[in-house]
Design a binder for this molecule. Sequence first.
Ligand code: HEM
Length: 411
Amino acid sequence: PSPSPSPSPSPAASPFPAARAPGCPFDPPPLYARLRQEAPVRVRIWDGSTPWLVTRHDDIRAVLGDPRFSADPSRPGFPSPSAGFKALGAAEVQAFVTRDDPEHARQRRMLTGYFTVRRTAALAPRIQEIIDGLLDRMADAGPPSDLVEDFALPMPSLVIGELLGVPPADQPLFQRAARAMIARDSGVAEFTAARTELADYLRELIAHKDRSPGDDLLSSLVVERVRGGALDAALLVEIAVSLLVAGHETTANMTALGTLVLLGDPDRLALVRDSEDPARVAAAVEELLRYLTITHSGLARVATEDVEVGGRPVRAGEGVIVANASGNRDAAVFADPDRFDPARTDVRRHLAFGYGVHQCLGQNLARTELQLAYPALLRRFPDLRLAVDIGTVAFKDDMLIHGVHELPVTW
Ligand code: HEM
């Protein structure tokens, strides 16, 4: 069928990202609830372009599961989330995160073995040690503490660093780079400088691993793939940047923001702290992932062909932003979706890790970290509480990933 022309975006297209309701830092913008009743609409993003916003659970899965939508930011019309990311889209060498199949699958296949349920479960004892070490330090230093600085950020940083073979002393370097890269208003110069510093560092590190390989993921990729010619060293640097950044920022924000949700209700807190049943803790973690959906800037794609989405004609070359935070509050799938309910039985369909071929590579690792981190923290400090009024907590509305900048706690 011949594609019908898209309605031209109205000059009044809503700005995206939309604002959350005042005082509701855990709920997505109220705009989503209204849009879920309608077909997809155009929104206006930072560069003035007007991609489609997809808010319903079934439409989101349709887009993310359809190879006619590309994750390649070098394609015209791709709705990059910031100026820095847009500039990066032109780079010649790009990791699988921003490639389409078959190149995406070719690269991802080299990594999946390191992130299986079995492999990550085997890491659990070491992750527990890392967690306990940080909690010991917190206890020794005594209250109060900034939970972000002392626990939520170093925990996944140490875990992904150890997995990749990045020395713990270099945490500040990659944390700083990631922070600059995910700031919404990070300009091209700032973004590029941060990313270049990180890539230069990892290039050096990978060259060092080639000379003297260790027992880590980057060494193993150098030895098994780069030396045989299956993987270009420059591409491995890009892959390493992606893994390092994706592997700590997300989990760090979930750790801190999730703790804040648990602290807000004694029953939730008690469930995660006192439950002897790991399955109940795992269910609470899944519910935190659904409820918070920290990728609050959505997931970006561009149509490579004319496609209909939720009854709207999306034309080839038009951008689409998938609001997975909205899909996770869709009443068509989740009963009483705005209620935090760690016992809900419908949580398995959540979209917090995305959907389709780009679905989070590190999800098993993230789950293991969170399932160990919340109970360990709450058992070590059974009367953990916020040290400030929640109204003064600085939420990350200025970042591409939701979270808190600091979380002052006491016990
Ligand atoms: C992809 C969320 C932790 C590595 C994704 C996507 C989401 C996501 C929504 C899909 C992006 C898209 O479709 O455009 C999260 C959340 C995490 C988390 C909420 C923590 C709670 C991790 C960890 C790693 C990781 C620990 C460690 C390696 C990746 C990678 C991709 C990805 C490499 C790209 C996969 C691909 O393009 O095939 N993540 N993630 N993530 N994530 Fe995660």
